[in-house]
Design a protein around this ligand. Structure first.
Ligand SMILES: *Cc1c(COP(=O)(O)O)cnc(C)c1O
Length: 392
């Protein structure tokens, strides 16, 4: 090995939550202590304050704290009355919870192809999937960029469908100046630790501008009871803990500066990759065939991308992934298997080839470290490793 190769090896993790905690340690410990001293652990004033703060941040009238992003989706689907036999249109290229919650209610996830540049639902493909049994559309704002909501809302209005935004990766993201979770009938957020606003465990939030739906979510969150012990609907225990709310309330005021840091890091990657001559621009229909290099993520000019992930594409993705792992650079594939070919959805009768854009994304996409505390030096290590891979 040459000295140049032995020298490098500054490890670059995909995410470093300790770096964020370092800065907030005292404040977070004090907030946790406040909850412990109060001995009020479930819902209560901390959760109510977080609900107001996240609703305000997300340009929504109502926020309802729940136990996870998955439960946010589940309770939102329940609130709009999704039941067995209903069809719900969504994307095959997402985290499992989007489709899993639909299936758990006995409803049918009806998959629609994605746009190759944004990885989000392709609105032009939705109408053909609408049947008399369609009840709702669940667009996902993948990687921190919002789906093309105007045509989705138009279709929903035309066909009298509910729209539930899966905004788990998109808190603070904007579409034409409007925030994630504020455009559909309900918005669903996750506070899983790796999300841009992460708790010290599981947590989530449902947002809405519709008082009736917000009230229904609130009832369903606690077994559909109102008043206590009188049950209007069958709900569940989808409550948020006060400890999580207290931690999240310390973090929320920092979210915009973290988002700006992620956006700066994205700009730095774009500059470094271009300087290295590694970027395939204007790839025809995003096809990488025969081209050496990578495709950078596209950010819509009229949106606010919050970069929960910075996802590049390579037609030698798996080899590139191994190369980066060897150099102790954290990477991840979001997501290796699209929903329509998951084993648990076999009875939907899909096969490879049904959604070629999603399938190719699953084969080519690779997430690079983008967290706020990442330094330019670390980004240079990442880019150099990818340059080196292309010289091999
Ligand atoms: C994280 C995530 C969820 C689920 O959130 P949890 O809090 O982990 O249950 C749902 N949808 C998407 C797109 C996600 O990224």
């Amino acid at each position: 090995m040459s000295t140049a190769q032995t020298k490098q090896l500054l490890p670059v993790p995909l995410l470093d939550l300790k770096a964020q905690y370092e800065v907030l340690r005292e404040e977070i410990r004090a907030s946790i202590d406040r909850v412990i001293e109060s001995q009020h652990f479930i819902l209560g004033p901390e959760v109510e304050a977080l609900e107001r703060e996240v609703a305000l941040y997300s340009q929504c009238r109502f926020g309802i704290g729940v136990s996870s992003g998955t439960d946010a989706l589940l309770v939102a689907l329940m609130a709009v009355g999704i039941e067995a036999g209903d069809e719900v249109i969504t994307t095959p290229y997402t985290f499992f919870a989007t489709a899993g919650t639909i299936a758990r209610l006995g409803a049918v996830p009806v998959f629609v192809e994605i746009d190759p540049e944004s990885y989000n639902l392709d609105p032009a493909a939705i109408e053909a999937a609408i049947t008399p049994r369609t009840r709702a559309i669940v667009p996902v704002h993948l990687f921190g960029q919002m789906a093309d909501m105007d045509p989705i809302m138009e279709l929903a209005e035309k066909h009298k469908l509910y729209v539930i935004e899966d905004a788990a990766q998109a808190i603070g993201a904007e579409y034409k100046g409007r925030r994630a979770g504020s455009i559909g009938h309900l918005g669903c957020f996750s506070f899983f630790p790796s999300k841009n606003l992460g708790g010290f465990g599981d947590g989530g939030m449902v947002t809405s501008n519709d008082p009736t739906l917000a009230e229904r979510v609130k009832l369903l969150r606690a077994h559909g009871a109102y008043p206590k012990y009188y049950h209007k609907f069958v709900g569940g225990n989808f409550r948020l803990d006060a400890l999580q709310a207290a931690v999240l309330r310390v973090k929320l005021p920092h979210l915009d500066s973290w988002t700006e840091a992620r956006q700066r890091n994205a700009d730095t990657y774009r500059r470094l990759f271009r300087e290295a001559g590694l970027v395939i621009e204007n790839a025809d229909d995003q096809s990488l065939a025969g081209q050496r290099g990578i495709i950078l993520p596209k950010a819509a000019a009229d949106g606010r991308h919050i970069y929960n992930q910075f996802v590049i594409r390579s037609d030698r993705r798996d080899a590139l992934l191994s190369h980066l792992k060897e150099r102790q650079i954290g990477t991840e594939v979001y997501y290796p298997v699209p929903m329509h070919v998951q084993e648990c959805f076999a009875e939907l009768g899909h096969k490879d080839g049904d959604f070629p854009v999603s399938e190719r994304a699953a084969l080519e996409s690779l997430a690079l470290p983008i967290y706020p505390e990442l330094t330019e030096e670390m980004q240079r290590v990442v880019v150099e490793a990818i340059v080196e891979f292309h010289q091999l």
